[in-house]
Design a protein around this ligand. Structure first.
Ligand code: HEM
Length: 477
């Protein structure tokens, strides 16, 4: 093994005396190169633990000696390192899948102590309650630069990161992974903005029949439309700039291994904003609460607490239907009756537009999952190639299969206000004020979110706007 090639970031003369920065450099450069070389067969899998022991191990201080910023950064960095340890160990022999924890018999730190023990102490010391393995939160939200959603000069939402280097950390530094991580964090930023716009409607602070409710729902519908466009545009990227199905299945997903039997690896299914949206809108499928419970160990405690609070309150659809009380329900109503109803209660139409936008977003997500995973895996099964990886490509990381995702999409499509589809969308948009909002919205709704310092993705706010509260335009929250 060409050890020097994988040490460069640690022994380079440019190295300052910040050990976390040195680990960061190692992960971004040599570690990604080592992963690529192992996957290409140019290095043996056991080169990975050897290099972790040799390069990262000695850089690490006792976990309890780090401040909050370093401990969070190290949770991201060691999460990615741990994914490499786990994957390369399991790929060495099929029997290794039964004892995933043995991958981490690598001493790190001054004492030194085993990798899993080190990670656990670091997670506990961080004060974040971070689980004792990598998570959706550390891999995407903490890892990537801060992102924001802007609307007409108002900042609607911020998703911070824990690094200030403007970089992102990946397993192999392939453009596929960079784009995928960006898509995830930008989508979550959209979702956060949607939840901040809609959440107050379920909390009693906003009159459901008032103008502000219409405004908030209009913004939410357009944000969901922007998110859908972002995701659809992603699928349309030229192959050299986007994600290839092969990379997703054989490179990216294979790092989402178990660290201990039965633990919860990172997955889009752990996106707390998506879970919250389903709860707030009231579009949860049967069995959703059990699903939420299963996802619990992969979430941060503050995510779990927020979701538990939202889960205890009635969903928005239920609240709106209670206030509007359509006498015989919507399903049997004629077009004239529906028109009279939304004329009296425009909030029904505004919520319908949000639920429709949510269902369409779900449809695009289903398309992505089929395109990058389920369809190519079916082709592999037909050709006899099968499913040889250490992480199965026949289902998602947390076990959701194609049928489960189709079911979720169907539930979102058959929402309780679906009967309002009988009325033309343009009519509903005009009635609720969404048409006017759209006229003032950015031409490309996907560009309402962006990474901090990426002005191409959004209009830069003035200093006054930056100082303003985070709220939808015209809102009072
Ligand atoms: C190329 C893009 C994408 C692909 C191929 C993809 C694939 C998948 C797969 C296979 C699952 C099942 C997960 C499991 O069993 O653990 C899943 C679930 C999920 N993903 Fe994605 N995903 C993509 C993009 C996104 C994005 C951008 C988000 C939002 C941040 C997201 C959020 C979710 C959520 C919330 C679930 C749970 C199922 C649901 O609520 O519909 N995914 N995805």
């Amino acid at each position: 093994m060409d050890t020097a090639r994988y040490e460069a970031a640690v022994v380079s003369p440019a190295v300052d005396d910040d050990p976390t920065a040195a680990v960061n450099r190692w992960v971004i450069g040599p570690m990604a190169a080592l992963n690529r070389d192992i996957l290409a067969g140019r290095e043996p899998p056991d080169a990975f633990p050897a290099m972790v022991r040799h390069t990262v191990g000695p850089l690490l201080d006792a976990p309890e000696r780090y401040g909050p910023r370093d401990s969070r950064q190290l949770l991201v960095l060691l999460g990615i390192v741990g994914a490499g340890l786990g994957r390369h160990f399991q790929e060495r022999h099929p029997t290794h899948r039964a004892t995933p924890e043995r991958a981490f018999d690598v001493g790190v730190g001054a004492e030194p102590i085993g990798f899993l023990d080190y990670f656990r102490r670091l997670a506990e010391h961080s004060g974040t309650g971070h689980p004792h393995r990598d998570t959706y939160a550390s891999l995407t939200r903490w890892n990537l630069p801060p992102s924001e959603a802007w609307w007409g000069g108002t900042r609607l939402a911020v998703l911070p990161g824990v690094f200030d280097d403007g970089a992102l950390r990946t397993y192999t530094a392939a453009v596929d992974e960079v784009r995928f991580f960006e898509l995830i964090k930008l989508s979550e930023t959209f979702e956060r903005a949607v939840n901040l716009a809609v959440g107050p409607l379920t909390e009693g602070g906003v009159d459901l029949l008032g103008a502000e409710a219409l405004h908030r729902l209009g913004v939410a519908a357009l944000l969901l439309e922007g998110m859908r466009k972002l995701n659809a545009d992603f699928a349309a990227l030229p192959p050299a700039e986007g994600l290839s199905a092969g990379h997703f299945m054989d490179v990216f997903r294979q790092f989402a291994v178990h660290w201990r039997p039965g633990d919860v690896p990172p997955s889009g299914a752990l996106d707390p904003e998506a879970l919250e949206r389903d709860l707030v809108l009231g579009t949860e499928a049967p069995g959703f609460r059990e699903h939420l419970h299963r996802m619990g160990p992969g979430l941060l405690p503050d995510e779990r607490d927020r979701l538990a609070a939202v889960a205890d309150a009635p969903g928005l659809t239920e609240l709106v239907l209670q206030r509007c009380d359509p006498e015989d329900g919507l399903a049997q109503a004629t077009q004239t009756q529906l028109r009279m109803l939304v004329g009296r209660f425009p909030v029904l139409a505004a919520l319908h537009l949000v639920l429709q936008a949510n269902a369409r977003m779900s449809g695009v997500h289903l398309m992505l999952s089929k395109r990058y995973l389920f369809n190519p895996q079916r082709a592999r099964d037909r050709s006899g190639f099968g499913d040889p990886g250490v992480v199965s490509n026949r289902r998602g990381t947390t076990g959701m299969d194609e049928t489960a995702l189709e079911h979720l999409t169907r539930v979102r499509q058959r929402h309780p206000l679906v009967a309002l589809r009988a009325l033309p969308t343009a009519e509903l948009e005009a009635l609720t004020g969404l048409a006017a909002l759209r006229a003032d919205a950015p031409g490309d709704l996907a560009a309402t979110v962006g990474f901090d310092g990426a002005p191409a993705l959004r209009r830069r706010p003035t200093a006054d706007e930056q100082a303003g509260p985070v709220r939808p335009p015209g809102g009072t929250a």
